[in-house]
Write a protein that binds this ligand. Structure first.
Ligand code: NAD
Length: 499
């Protein structure tokens, strides 16, 4: 059967999901549902249980039991790796289905969603190896009577709070690494994009993950999310979302001093020197702001370009953006889909109005696009942006690019660092000295040279400054979910204390 052709129609009725605790799907029943309308078509597509704090408690208790009895945390890493590898195979088999629900709830192009699910399978494969590679350290230099060993132990029960922009990718940049470390999980997806987090529960169960090791509680941030960050029986929370909510997580975590991983916002610079391959750079800069409708924490939303080429370069980027195909997310040709939420749509249009009001020069875009249904915004480029304007300082989380010219490398670095964020940055130049100097001096957790938004399972992700704490993915991403224990071992008898 041609799986792709069969899935490109809208569902006739919204699909109802249950939530997932201790290996069982639990229907919404009296809790009621959130109904999700597809942002690209404005039709109902999914219905999710409105879980309560009691549901969260039940899920945390299941995750705690599963952690403490060692069904996952104490088995040989090779057995954990087997489960993760099987999960990768199942993800590859179910790619089309997962991509379809991701596209319906999020509004991203189906071609992109398919590629993301493929990338997620790669995360599971990498984490399977990392589970086996994880190790401690030994000190054989402590003298005749002492041997020291440093071990890594799983941190325990992990709460996972994820946003709506990459519901499945962000989940899979965390889940396989957390499982590789031997922890158990309670996940709370965004209330508007929960489907694929629940589909992962089916995948992991089929792969042989024991019951209770991956639980999903759907619900709002203010109830389930807040309760998760406050929960006394959760050892660590990995939160991905806005800096404002991240700040609340820090306050809530103080109750039991749980460890926090925070992946927050960004206002990421794209620094373009006159000596760059400008055609390549223009394409990269357009991709950096157009991809996922600019709704990426790492979107390159500030174009810091050498003044001698600024006007020409701006026109090149505008031409690329005008050519990118915006439209129905289910159309395989679409490159830029819908804006995920109505609130976000309003926020982006508000920033565009603000940019015009503050005197920035509109080069292209600047308006909503009418396809008869759904919410779409044309990729927008503003010239003559100054460092004090809101569009230069605040995370817009939409397809809006602010152009800021520079004269010297020092000035480019200063503009790039003139932000409370430090998530990601790119430099475009053929001069190796400039590339290295800028990459050393710009304060960001991810840095790209002559490319942007590149990534994979091996390289860690995370931010400097107000973009967050800790790292996800890579071997670093497994280590984050471990505790370090020092073991001192006496050889022979101790020196007596009392003679
Ligand atoms: P958000 O902060 O509104 O929500 C994120 C998650 O937190 C959701 O699941 C939400 O239900 C939950 N939440 C809301 N209030 C909560 C509370 N009081 N306590 C606990 N949880 C709560 O963010 P969003 O609008 O879903 O996503 C957009 C933001 O996420 C942007 O700022 C973006 O930069 C950021 N983001 C960062 C990264 C990264 O890796 N750094 C990745 C993606 C998105």
């Amino acid at each position: 059967m041609d799986q792709r052709a069969a899935t490109l129609a809208l569902p006739e009725t919204p699909r109802s999901f249950g939530f997932f605790v201790d290996g069982q799907t639990i229907e919404a029943g009296p809790r009621g549902h959130f109904e999700r309308r597809s942002p690209g078509h404005d039709v109902p597509v999914t219905r999710m249980p409105k879980c309560t704090k009691a549901d969260l408690d039940m899920a945390v208790a299941a995750a705690r039991r599963a952690f403490e009895d060692g069904r996952w945390s104490r088995i040989p890493a090779v057995e954990r790796a087997d489960v993760l590898l099987r999960a990768a195979q199942i993800l590859r088999r179910r790619t089309e289905e997962i991509a379809y629900w991701e596209t319906l709830e999020n509004g991203k192009p189906i071609s992109q969603a398919r590629a993301e699910v493929g990338g997620c399978a790669g995360m599971f494969e990498y984490a399977a190896g990392a589970a086996r590679a994880l190790h401690g350290d030994a000190f054989n230099n402590l003298g005749e009577g002492m041997f020291g060993v440093v071990t890594r132990e799983p941190i325990g029960v992990v709460g996972l709070i994820t946003p709506w922009n990459f519901p499945f990718l962000i989940l899979c940049e965390r889940v396989p690494y957390i499982l590789a470390a031997g922890c158990t999980i309670v996940a709370k997806p965004s209330e508007v994009t929960s489907a694929t987090t629940l589909l992962l529960a089916e995948v992991l169960a089929e792969a042989g993950l024991p019951a209770g090791c991956y639980n999903v509680v759907t619900g709002s941030g203010s109830t389930v999310g807040q309760a998760m960050t406050e929960h006394a029986d959760i050892d660590m929370v990995s939160f991905t979302g806005s800096t404002a909510v991240g700040r609340r997580c820090v306050a809530a975590a103080a109750g039991n001093f749980k460890k926090l991983g925070l992946e927050l916002g960004g206002k990421n610079p794209q620094i373009v020197f006159a000596d760059a391959d400008l055609e390549d750079a223009a394409d990269g800069v357009a991709f950096g702001i157009g991809f996922n409708t600019g709704q990426c924490c790492v979107s390159g939303s500030r174009l810091i370009v050498e003044r001698s080429v600024a006007r020409d370069f701006e026109a090149m980027v505008a031409a690329k953006l005008a050519k990118a195909k915006v439209g129905d997310p289910l159309d395989p040709e679409t490159q830029i889909g819908a804006i995920t939420t109505t609130a976000q749509n309003d926020t982006i249009l508000g920033y565009i109005a603000n940019g015009k009001q503050e005197g920035a020069r509109l080069v292209c875009g600047g308006d909503r696009l009418d396809f008869g249904r759904g919410q779409y915004i044309a990729p927008t480029l503003f010239g003559d942006v100054t460092g004090t304007m809101a569009i230069a300082r605040e995370e817009i989380f939409g397809p809006v690019l602010a152009v800021m010219p520079f004269d010297t490398m020092e000035e480019a670095i200063a503009i790039a660092n003139d932000t409370v964020y430090g998530l990601a940055a790119s430099v475009w130049t053929k001069n190796i000295d400039k590339a290295l100097t800028v990459s050393r001096r710009v304060r960001a957790g991810r840095f790209w040279v002559n490319t942007t938004l590149a990534g994979g399972p091996e390289l860690p992700i995370g931010g400097f400054k107000q973009s967050g704490w800790g790292r996800e993915a890579g071997i670093y991403g497994v280590e984050e979910y471990t505790q370090v224990k020092s073991v001192h071992i006496e050889i022979g008898r101790r020196q007596p204390w009392v003679g």
